[in-house]
Design a binder for this molecule. Structure first.
Ligand SMILES: NC(=O)c1ccc[n+]([C@@H]2O[C@H](COP(=O)([O-])OP(=O)(O)OC[C@H]3O[C@@H](n4cnc5c(N)ncnc54)[C@H](OP(=O)(O)O)[C@@H]3O)[C@@H](O)[C@H]2O)c1
Length: 275
């Protein structure tokens, strides 16, 4: 059973879900969604950018999953950052996902234009007030962007989904989020499979777990939410089998020591990149 926590607006979210970035092959999506639901996953993380919302929606329907038991997250594409653009994009997203609401909607990338960002946030707030989005969030937001939102919002963000893994931690950002009751959801939690660093391997040997399970457990024990991606049934089961053991303080600290402060993914930084 995957545990849940309560977000600051009272909505419950599973601490672990399935990421579907790059899952665009229909057979892969079928395998991934069915395996995840069989394994007890309830949270699915997609985005307009991934061009697979319709595929995901179709497989969730095909499985016959009860919509109320699911937690579906999607993200607004940069191209649709305006009040009307966001509303229109949301309507298309829920249509593609075969649902009438989203559990969480994130602004995928903040950009550097404050007015555009705040206007877009107002659209999300209106959808939230109408009950069509249960929780509002941000993705790739830096301290500056969070301050912009917090200065003027009616509905506060409850999540910031950012790149986070043993190789990249940003303590200042996490401190601000903690103070503002914003949970961090780690993207690329598995460093896209680069899991062979000695502290990870040593803990895997000791706990008779795989390196991926050690890294996911590290996220959870340090208070982060995770959305590992896989299209393989065995790995999808493996990635959620992490709630029956505990890493020691020393093990947590030695994995913390792998932080290099470098992204494994971005060539463009959220602090400076605009579109
Ligand atoms: N908000 C954003 O800007 C943003 C950016 C990137 C990602 N995301 C979200 O975060 C999710 C996860 O991030 P990600 O897909 O970049 O990377 P990830 O979850 O860190 O890693 C996925 C890679 O690891 C492999 N893998 C999965 N389980 C494994 C295991 N147990 N052992 C060894 N390898 C394993 C997968 O291969 P197989 O599939 O072949 O198993 C895949 O190549 C995405 O799917 C997406 O939903 C959000």
């Amino acid at each position: 059973m995957i545990p849940e926590i309560k977000l600051s607006n009272g909505i419950k979210i599973p601490v672990l879900g399935l990421g579907v970035y790059k899952t665009t092959d229909p057979d892969d999506m079928h395998e991934a969604v069915f395996a995840a639901l069989d394994a007890g996953y309830r949270l699915f993380d997609t985005a307009e950018l991934y061009e697979n919302e319709a595929l995901l929606g179709k497989e969730l329907l095909r499985y016959g999953a009860d919509r109320n038991s699911l937690f579906i997250t999607s993200k607004l594409l940069m191209d649709h950052m305006s009040y009307d653009g966001a509303i229109k994009a949301f309507e298309q997203t829920i249509k593609d996902l075969c649902t009438d609401h989203l559990d969480m909607f994130l602004i995928h990338w903040p950009g550097q234009k404050k007015d555009r960002l705040l206007e877009t946030w107002r659209a999300l707030e209106d959808l939230y007030k109408d009950g069509r989005i249960k929780a509002l969030g941000m993705s790739n937001f830096t301290i500056k962007h969070i301050d912009w939102i917090l200065e003027s919002c009616d509905v506060a963000p409850v999540i910031n989904q950012v790149e986070h893994h043993p190789g990249l931690s940003e303590p200042e950002l996490y401190d601000l989020c903690k103070k503002q009751h914003i949970m961090i959801q780690s993207w690329s939690p598995l460093m896209r499979g680069q899991l062979d660093a000695p502290p990870i391997m040593a803990a895997a040997l000791k706990h008779k777990k795989t390196p991926a399970q050690i890294v996911l457990r590290w996220h959870i024990q340090e208070g982060f939410l995770v959305i590992p991606k896989s299209v393989h049934r065995d790995r999808i089961f493996e990635n959620c089998d992490i709630f029956d053991f505990e890493l020691t303080e020393d093990e947590l600290r030695s994995i913390d020591g792998l932080n290099t402060g470098r992204s494994i993914s971005h060539t463009r930084l959220p602090a400076t990149y605009d579109f």
